[in-house]
Design a protein around this ligand. Structure first.
Ligand code: NAD
Length: 256
């Protein structure tokens, strides 16, 4: 991606999991990153680790630098401050990745009002506030990527709030693409299946449940966070310059 060096990305939920891998992938290609997370200490530790990593010799770009910020995606003002931090530190915002998300496992009969509200606040409002803050500083050619899920289109027990929230992210991605297209900003979503992070620890630790889940995955295995990075890079890149409003599945071909 020769167009990446010197660009600036903001990533939410970047302290661990896919967000941290997204940061690593962009840094290695010369993109400066502002990483925000609810867990400010973990974000600071992750940023220090990423800044210390030896540059990948095969890559020609000078690696980017990451700075850490504490962020609660449910607060619109936190996004505004995060965007301002990117402008103050790096002078521009080219990419914004609305990655932070939560997954409460509870059937509708049991889920609490607090769990429902938190899921919608983090997964849906978080994306909307992020896009608002990003768009205020973006320019033609900028791109936003939201994290949806295979759960946006497939309903499963115990995931009513989560599935609804991710379906909302897919719709929001289309609405944002329509409106921000006027500014030349593209907005797409990634819809992962089972990816090996803390979020899926519960099923990875339950062998029968995992085997059943993987029955419906043609590639018969869980995905790694690294396998989602390439898709993010593509969606942010000039190669995807005529792609907007799209949710791209990264799910091993999941059939349920
Ligand atoms: P993860 O749980 O490993 O990491 C999520 C990060 O978001 C954590 O660092 C957490 O501290 C942060 N976060 C949570 N609430 C926040 C808040 N209010 N403000 C700021 N940060 C907050 O999750 P992951 O697996 O890396 O998931 C990343 C995204 O991908 C999420 O949106 C998730 O829903 C989505 N997704 C994950 C999978 C999967 O299989 N892991 C599948 C489909 C979609």
């Amino acid at each position: 991606y020769p167009e990446f060096p010197g660009k600036v990305a903001v990533i939410t939920g970047a302290a661990r999991g896919m967000g941290a891998r997204f940061a690593a992938g962009l840094l290695a290609r010369g993109v400066d990153v502002v990483g925000g997370d609810l867990d400010g200490d973990a974000m600071t530790a992750t940023a220090a680790e990423l800044n210390d990593q030896a540059p990948v010799e095969a890559l020609e770009a000078k690696p980017g630098r990451i700075i850490a910020a504490q962020l609660d995606v449910t607060k619109a003002e936190d996004h505004v401050a995060l965007a301002q931090r990117a402008i103050d530190e790096f002078g521009r915002i080219d990419f914004w990745v609305n990655n932070a998300g939560i997954f409460p496992f509870a059937e509708i009969a049991d889920i609490t009002p607090e769990q429902i509200r938190a899921t919608l606040a983090v997964n849906v409002e978080g994306v909307l506030f992020g896009a608002q803050a990003a768009a205020a500083h973006m320019h033609p050619g900028s791109a936003i990527v939201n994290m949806s899920s295979v759960s946006a289109v497939r309903v499963r027990r115990g995931r009513g709030a989560y599935c609804s929230s991710k379906a909302a992210v897919a719709h929001l991605t289309e609405s944002l693409a329509v409106e921000l297209g006027d500014q030349g900003i593209r907005v797409n979503a990634i819809a992962p299946g089972y990816i090996d992070t803390e979020m899926t620890r519960w099923i990875q630790d339950d062998a029968p449940a995992l085997a059943k889940a993987l029955d419906a995955v043609p590639l018969h295995r869980i995905g790694s966070p690294e396998e989602v990075v390439g898709v993010l890079l593509f969606l942010l890149s000039d190669s995807a310059r005529y792609v907007t409003g799209h949710s791209l599945a990264v799910d091993g071909g999941s059939r349920h």
